[in-house]
Design a protein around this ligand. Structure first.
Ligand SMILES: [Zn+2]
Length: 491
């Protein structure tokens, strides 16, 4: 590969040259959704970030096996191994079978991701379908002395592990920090140490999601699934593990501990994390009333939204920030992204109207090179987009006749736009949003009413009545007043 792709490894805290363990094959694992609620803004960012990486690696010629799991068991309400299972709780509230809940929200997630043009992963394993693998993992850790059984549950012995290895190397926390922030909750006296985490939980009698194990009828701890399924589908050592920055601790830290405690070393070569998003400068959360589902964004139905935003506007907006920077969602910024995307798509369609000339006065080669350079620098999409906007200016100058281009250069320019806009950034042309369409139709009605006003001024009553009657027949209510004519559509 001629490209030197740099990616930021959270583990080393530096940008490293990406060298797959078994080129041209690349193994990539990304933590997927816990399927107990509608997909929301927080799901869009990791999905788009790792879709970008998946697309780019494939473009560079790698054969990528992309595994993204579905968490349908074991994710409790609180990280400290307490509270109800998120899916079991939803099933109880809605009187459904837990797998009905999981299936329904998995489908909803897929629909939203398809709308965002996020490619489906190569394998999408479910935690509940890999209980045997998770039990095997727990047995290995027990055998190696890094876990203990307590009243039918099994816990990871963090203090013992930390004597031999480094617990906290990914998050930069040390064991004392962890102990200071871990609360000893009721019912946790079965843990030796508050920092210990569950590998297997004995199910309470009312708990419906349960499986037999050597220790009890119960269910696996949340962190087990990614270690067990990553190893099953990508091997004991693989290239990339990704997820949101909020998963670094405890989830990914625990995954590292589980892999070292079971197989003796790290499974993952590069750890990648996308940053968080805020809504109007605030963390998104149900308690802040700023929790926006993707459906609400696409329909514009959330009270904080001034209009609907198309899936491509959301995708473009997300990619306008580097994946390691925070992103703030707000109406102004989203509207600006909507305009920016329209400008880019206008340039793509404008390319089709350019007539080639004998000589070029524009430099098209460097556009492709500059876009590659930015992508190779840890997927720097804001820079790629800035270069594409330069390209859009070039297109406008060519259309205006200020510059000329040969047929060969025109082909290169088209190929570059298609490659980066569609194949790599994953954008696609979509119909204008409803708001934009309504605005355009509204202008047409205004134009008709101006014609009617002119006709009236010229005492051309036939034309003015015709316009009024036909608009009325279509459902428009026309009101003539001192300030001019007002209209509304009664439909
Ligand atoms: Zn995970």
């Amino acid at each position: 590969m001629e490209h030197q792709l740099l990616i930021y490894n959270t583990l080393s805290r530096t940008k490293e040259v990406f060298k797959p363990l078994h080129a041209p094959h690349v193994g990539m694992y990304v933590c997927g959704p816990t399927v107990y609620g509608d997909p929301h803004l927080g799901h869009a960012r990791p999905a788009i970030t790792f879709d970008l990486l998946f697309r780019y690696l494939k473009h560079l010629g790698y054969k990528v096996r992309y595994v993204r799991n579905i968490t349908d068991v074991g994710h409790l309400e609180h990280d400290a191994d307490e509270g109800e299972d998120k899916i079991a709780k939803k099933a109880r509230l809605e009187q459904l079978e837990p797998m009905e809940v999981a299936q329904y929200y998995t489908n909803r997630y897929h629909e939203a991701m398809d709308a965002l043009n996020v490619l489906r992963p190569s394998i999408e394993p479910q935690a509940s379908g890999h209980i045997i693998e998770q039990i095997e993992l727990v047995e290995e850790i027990l055998k190696n002395g890094y876990a203990y059984e307590s009243q039918g549950s099994v816990y990871f012995d963090v203090a013992k592990y930390n004597k031999d290895h480094h617990y906290g190397k990914l998050s930069g926390r040390n064991l004392d920090d962890v102990l200071n922030t871990s609360r000893q909750l009721d019912g946790q006296e079965e843990k030796h140490n508050p920092a210990d985490f569950a590998l297997w939980k004995k199910a309470q009698p009312e708990h419906i999601m349960r499986w037999p194990s050597p220790w009890s009828d119960g269910f696996p701890g949340w962190h087990c699934e990614c270690t067990a399924m990553g190893r099953k589908y990508l091997g004991a050592h693989f290239d990339i593990h990704g997820g949101g920055i909020d998963l670094i601790f405890p989830h990914h830290e625990c995954e590292i501990a589980q892999s070292v405690a079971s197989q003796g070393d790290d499974m993952v070569h590069y750890w990648m994390h996308n940053n968080m998003l805020t809504v109007n400068g605030q963390k998104m959360g149900k308690s802040y009333n700023n929790f926006i589902t993707l459906e609400e964004l696409f329909n514009g139905t959330h009270p904080l939204l001034e209009q609907a935003y198309t899936p491509m506007t959301i995708r473009f907006f997300t990619l306008q920030a580097h994946y390691r920077s925070t992103v703030d969602f707000g109406n102004e910024a989203l509207k600006a992204a909507e305009k920016g995307l329209a400008r880019l798509m206008d340039a793509v369609s404008g390319l089709e109207r350019i007539t080639p000339a004998k000589a070029s006065t524009v430099d098209v080669k460097s556009l492709r090179e500059k876009c590659y350079e930015a992508m190779d620098d840890d997927l720097n999409t804001p820079i790629v987009i800035a270069h594409l906007f330069e390209g859009a200016k070039m297109v406008n100058n060519l259309l205006a006749g200020n510059d000329t281009i040969t047929a060969e250069d025109l082909k290169e320019l088209k190929d570059t736009f298609h490659l980066f806009c569609f194949d790599i950034l994953g954008l696609k042309a979509e119909a204008a949003s409803n708001a934009a369409r309504e605005e355009a139709f509204g202008h047409v009605v205004d134009m008709l009413l101006e014609e009617r006003a002119k006709a009236k001024a010229n005492k051309d009553w036939t034309t003015s009545d015709k316009i009024r009657n036909e608009l009325t027949a279509l459902g428009f209510e026309i009101k003539d007043g001192k300030e001019g004519t007002e209209w509304k559509l009664n439909k």
